[in-house]
Ligand binder design. Structure first.
Ligand code: FPP
Length: 274
């Protein structure tokens, strides 16, 4: 375990604690470069406490704060959080307003910590549909952190994977029309260039909380080879240890990208078929 990383957690983690035990199990030279998270379960968390859904979102914002800080201190390169999907507009107006309010509050309160932790903030999704006050706060956070060189925090807002792919196809078609390029020459990297995430590597690890086994229209192209980790933990209960556990599980997996294990591929045919 690199002493530097331990030092990064010195003021946060008690010696002998479970967090320290888990942190020591993480291979720091094999961290997922990009972690994407579908944050789910805020409503259930609130329901179990007989509280309004909005209380669950407020507690969820605290989990966002802890997760962002943990990822940055570990040295994870990219963290992408699914905060508001295009389908979320179907929720009651008051809930949508509360979510936008929490986002603004988070940005106002956390900007100092984002800067201290060298985090660069950005968003993906159709931000133009968000209200002016939210967009102003987003612009401010982007500007204030644009020269930071540590973790890139991407928040997906008014995001839909299908919309992203549709607009990428549209942009690519225009480009092909205007350049007279042969459509037969179009390859995967042409599509990638037109995604919101063109500048990001694909997620290595996709985490979903609250036990649901769905990808919910999130990063549909980008998660083609991501390791998926689903935890029963509801998002507001997701803390430093939860992220450590997800990374430890990821590090136990063997990523083959459709190939076989190079060192030990096993026999191709059963002995009696040769
Ligand atoms: C899913 O829980 C969560 C959301 C739709 C919103 C996520 C928002 C936050 C965590 C708070 C603010 C965000 C930031 C970036 C500060 P759900 O309501 O669908 O839960 P349920 O499935 O239990 O009803």
């Amino acid at each position: 375990m690199s002493n530097n990383i331990l030092k990064n957690f010195e003021t946060l983690i008690d010696s002998g604690s479970r967090d320290e035990f888990l942190l020591r199990q993480i291979q720091l030279d094999h961290l997922p470069r990009h972690i994407a998270i579908i944050m789910d379960g805020n409503g259930r968390w609130a329901g179990r406490r007989n509280q309004p859904r909005i209380a669950g979102h407020r507690a969820g914002a605290e989990a966002v704060r802890a997760t962002v800080e943990t990822a940055a201190r570990l040295g994870v390169g990219y963290l992408t959080l699914y905060a508001f999907s295009t389908e979320n507009w179907k929720r009651p107006r008051l809930e949508v307003e509360a979510l936008m309010g929490l986002l603004r509050e988070f940005l106002r309160k956390e900007i100092r910590s984002l800067k201290q932790n060298n985090i660069r903030f950005q968003t993906i999704g159709r931000e133009e549909a968000l209200e002016q006050a939210v967009r102003r706060e987003l612009d401010h956070a982007r500007r204030e952190t644009e020269t930071n060189t540590g973790t890139v925090l991407t928040v997906a807002l008014n995001y839909s994977g299908r919309t992203e792919l549709t607009q990428a196809c549209r942009a690519l078609m225009l480009e092909v029309q205007n350049s007279g390029r042969n459509p037969d020459d179009i390859n995967e990297s042409d599509i990638v260039r037109h995604l919101y995430t063109a500048a990001l590597p694909d997620p290595d690890l996709l985490i979903r909380t609250s036990g649901e086994l769905r990808v919910s229209n999130f990063l549909l192209w980008q998660i083609a080879y991501s390791e998926i980790y689903v935890t029963e933990t509801l998002w507001p209960d997701f803390r430093r240890a939860s992220l450590f556990e997800a990374i430890i599980e990821y590090q136990k997996r063997e990523r083959r990208y459709g190939g076989v294990n190079g060192a030990n591929p096993g026999p191709l045919l059963a002995a009696n078929m040769k």
